[in-house]
Design a protein around this ligand. Structure first.
Ligand SMILES: O=C(O)C1=C[C@@H](OP(=O)(O)O)[C@@H](O)[C@H](O)C1
Ligand SMILES: C=C(OP(=O)(O)O)C(=O)O
Length: 429
């Protein structure tokens, strides 16, 4: 489907909902389950296109992975059993698969070629290729390995101490995974803490990892053991509905069984700062990940400044927060978010272009944006540009638009949230 017409909403959004499994945790569960010896069973796995890329990559290396809806079973004989893939591996649109898989391939003694779609082909891979080469991996590709397609020949790796030059959980995770396959103790020292699902997953699979503030140390050449993983709901997917409830008058939505990992809950802090009526209840810990429920009601929204250490804790939520800010009282300024320029699209440019087209008043800056509040959304035509989060931002904007919105390339939403429109429909009364 190339385009769909979205109508403004005529009644509040009301109800309880579950969101699909966390994308970051789903990727990692496949990777760790494939590296571990034994059986891993994953429940509430994200059935999105990106996570399927990770499954296919490990199947191409001989791992037995069976998927029945949101349940995935992995039977693996561990790292030593992984085989040289017969063909180049297609990573589609998935940056997480690319950066984490490079870390794994760095330690495997065979040749692979990785490629992706048009968007992934433009995203930087040198941020992970450089430290992996320092550990001893052979990595080459377009622009000296800065961009896909990339070929690897891994092997004997030496542990390093690494200070990531960018605030990126993908880079950290790539090096930690290579560290698992290296000789010695690999250390990653982050300037700002990024999402820590890789660290939690090491522990869930019986691995030794130590965390001291922002320093993470992983012992090389350990054997991991298969386990059961229950994936929490993805707070990055929930964010679209949290904002929808806040901006559609009379709404009240509760999202249950959603991940509340501190390294991901910047969106909750921002909603609170913006005067959104929100209630959060942490209920349990599963596999080192806190899970609970969030209730949001329509609110009188206030502008705020968003910058500094909170940015990595809400990096994927900035497009939908930008929409929220268009409905706030006052001007919202987002800074320190230059990393947005290296996502599926340049999300500073695509958010500003798209929301302005729909009636907002936003100015792009080098590392963020300045958003004028209280601007009505007019509707019209808008394109996801193949970016799932831009597609969902447009769909939520269309709810409060003055007229219909034609969304081009809605299929991109299948990357992270294939049931998005069904879930939205269930909240309409
Ligand atoms: O590690 C992960 O699972 C992710 C880390 C973030 O990317 P960066 O590490 O590039 O910031 C985020 O934007 C992406 O959606 C998923
Ligand atoms: C940036 C994202 O994902 P990835 O880097 O895995 O493509 C995202 O999901 O918003």
């Amino acid at each position: 489907m190339n385009q769909i017409t979205l109508h403004p909403i005529t009644s509040p959004l009301v109800g309880n909902m579950l969101v699909p499994g966390d994308k970051s945790i789903s990727h990692r569960a496949i990777i760790f389950g494939s590296l571990a010896k034994g059986t891993t069973v994953i429940s509430h796995f994200l059935d999105g296109e990106d996570c399927m890329r990770t499954i296919h990559a490990f199947q191409a290396m001989g791992v037995k992975i069976k998927k029945e809806e949101q349940r995935v079973t992995i039977e693996s004989n561990g790292v030593e059993a992984l085989e040289e893939p017969l063909k180049p591996i297609n990573l589609g649109n998935s940056g997480t698969t690319a950066r984490l898989l490079l870390g794994v391939l760095a330690g495997l003694p065979f040749h692979t070629t990785l490629f992706g779609d048009e968007s992934l082909t433009k995203r930087p891979m040198d941020r992970v290729a450089v430290p992996l080469r320092e550990m001893g991996a052979k990595i080459d590709g377009r622009f000296n390995g800065k961009y896909l397609p990339i070929s690897t020949r891994g092997g004997q790796l030496q542990a390093i101490t690494f200070h990531p030059p960018v605030k990126s959980a993908q880079v950290k995770s790539g090096v930690l995974l290579a560290g698992l396959l290296a000789n010695g103790m690999t250390e990653v020292i982050e300037e700002t803490k990024t999402r820590d699902h890789t660290e939690n997953m090491f522990q869930a699979f019986g691995g030794e990892i130590s965390i001291d503030g922002n320093k993470i140390s992983v012992k090389g050449e350990q054997t991991l053991t298969g386990t059961d993983i229950q994936v929490p709901g993805d707070i990055s997917s929930a964010a679209f509905f949290l904002v929808a409830a806040a901006i559609v008058p009379g709404s009240k939505i509760t999202i249950t069984d959603v991940g509340l990992n501190q390294t991901r809950t910047g969106i909750i802090d921002v909603l609170q700062k913006m005067n959104v009526k929100i209630n959060v209840e942490e209920e349990k810990f599963i596999g080192g990940e806190p899970i609970g429920k969030i209730t949001v009601e329509s609110s009188d929204i206030k502008a705020t400044d968003i910058d500094g250490d909170i940015i990595p804790r809400m990096i994927d939520e900035i497009p939908i927060v930008a929409l929220l800010a268009t409905q706030a009282k006052g001007t919202t300024i987002i800074r320190d978010a230059e990393e947005l320029r290296y996502k599926e699209t340049d999300r500073i440019a695509s958010v500003v272009h798209t929301l302005n087209k729909l009636g907002a008043k936003i100015e792009a800056t080098e590392d963020g944006m300045i958003i004028e509040g209280g601007t009505p959304i007019t509707g019209g035509e808008a394109d996801s540009h193949g970016d799932h989060r831009i597609g969902m931002m447009i769909a939520i904007a269309s709810l409060i638009a003055k007229s219909d919105t034609i969304l081009h390339q809605p299929d991109s939403i299948n990357i992270s949230y294939p049931t998005f429109f069904d879930d939205l429909a269930k909240l309409k009364k």
